[in-house]
Every structure is written in structure tokens, then in C-alpha cells.
Design a protein around this ligand. Sequence first.
Ligand code: SAM
Length: 286
Amino acid sequence: MAEYRETLYESYGQAFKIDKILHEVRTEHQHLIIFENQRLGRVMALDGAIQTTEADEFIYHEMLTHVPILAHGLARKILIIGGGDGGMLREVCRHSSVDQITMVEIDNAVVEMCKAYLPNHSNGAYNDPRLQLVIDDGMNFLRHCTEQFDIIISDCPDPQGPAEVLFSEDFYQACHRCLTEKGILVAQNGTPFMQLDEVKTTAKRVSVLFNDWHFYTAAVPTYIGGAMTFAWAAKDKVLRHQSLALLRERFAGSGIVTRYYNADIHSAAFALPNYVLQAIGKADNS
Ligand code: SAM
């Protein structure tokens, strides 16, 4: 029986039975494989790390889009860095209040392969007239960007290979420059039980740039090691503390039906376990 073993960690990992390989290629940037698994549906991995599965992608994509967009309340211009599978784009497109989406993906092969073999992820979102798709390194794009966005979503893999630069000081500085006064940056930031250094490093780098920074969590089963963290960095301190009543009102008003996100989950997601608070220097009893 063929199986796919994730090689993200030396001494611990997950394996998937490969029922059918749909596509495998070494692109200009990375090794890409998409295969079918009876329990998780279609699975994509890049350079040995699971990127997304049809079964649990909704958790990750709903939490990295609806949390910042509904916290902001008036988000019109969205920037997605990475996100080639199209799931993040699909969820952003569900907000009728959004009128411009720029997506910067380094590897066109990921976009093309995911359109072909993971069609449910983008679900037609690549045809949305609000989208401007840019094939470029996110860091390079931001370095030359003169626009400002209301929300920047960094939907990148683990900080290895082409994605490493998306966790750099330069990247966060460029995001800060390209955000409006009420702008919010959210970013995939690993599973702290396995990658605690990632939250420590991000906390150190964003805390010197943004008036308000924190993390929020959701458990995405195939990002192994327990709940994963999403970095939150904003210029406006109020946005992270919206009332539950306001979030409920905005969520209802959006008319979006979700499978994971709701206003209570949104609020609760910012509560962090002590070991993470201690790692980022925010524990009361640290
Ligand atoms: N959900 C995944 C995770 O949390 O690991 C990430 C999903 S998405 C497939 C990651 C995307 O980031 C890939 O399409 C990859 O090609 C893209 N990417 C990697 N480095 C990048 C860079 N420097 N600029 C833009 N896109 C990048």
C-alpha cells in the first residue's frame, strides 16, 4: 500500500494512505504532490509538508479570513500572500463588502494544479472579477508595493524554502507600510506545541512594529501537533477587542454560512494557553 509520510519533523509525523496520485511535479520552486486519501479527500503537500486537505481546509480558511474581516468591519481591499490552493480566496470572495482582492502566489504551478486537481478549494473564485492574481514572491511584491490594504493574509507554508522570507523582519515591516490605519495582518504561524520558536520569533518581530499584536488559534487536524496559531498584528488596538454582540451582528449581516467560524469561536480563539503566553512574554504569572 502506497503511503505519504510527512517529513516536516524529524522524529514525529503523520502518514496518509495514497489511494491515487493525481499529480506530482518538481516545480521551479518546490516539490508538489496532490493525491487522494479515502478519509481526508484530496491532499496537497509541498516539500514534504502537508499544505491542505479537502476534509479540514474549511477550518483554516474560515479562521484566517472571517476573523480579521469581521473584526475590521469595513474591509474593502484584501491582500493574500501565498494561498495558491485557492481556499483563502474562496472565503474572502464570500464577503460582498470586499471590492478588491490582490493575491500574490510565487508558484503558478500550484495555482494551475490546484485549479485542476483541487477544484473545490477555489470553487470558481479565480474567476471573481475582484481578483488581481500576481505570480511573484510575496516579499518582492511588498517591497515595491505602493498600495495600502485593509487586511493582509499571509497564507504561507512553514518557514522553509521559498516561504522563509515571509517570516522575516523585512516582511513584517513591508506589511506594516502597506496596511491602512485600521489595517490588520494575519498569518499562518505553525502549531506552538511543535513549533514554539515560531510564535516567539513572530512575537519579537511584530511587537516592535505594531500597536497591537497577539495570536489566535484553531485546531486543524492535518496540521499536526494540536491547535495552530495565527498571528494577529494591527495598528488599531480596538479591532481585536470587538464585543461578542458586534461580531454576532456583523457575522449575521454578512449572510455567510460557515462550518467552523462563528462569533463565539472568534472571541474565544484569542484566549491562549499559558505556555504560549509565557513564550510571547504575556503571561501574568510568567
Ligand atoms: N495552509 C498551508 C499551511 O498552513 O502550511 C499553506 C497553504 S498554501 C498552499 C501555501 C502557498 O504559499 C503555496 O502555494 C506556496 O507556493 C506559496 N508560497 C511559498 N512561499 C511563497 C512566497 N515567498 N511568496 C508567495 N507565495 C509563496
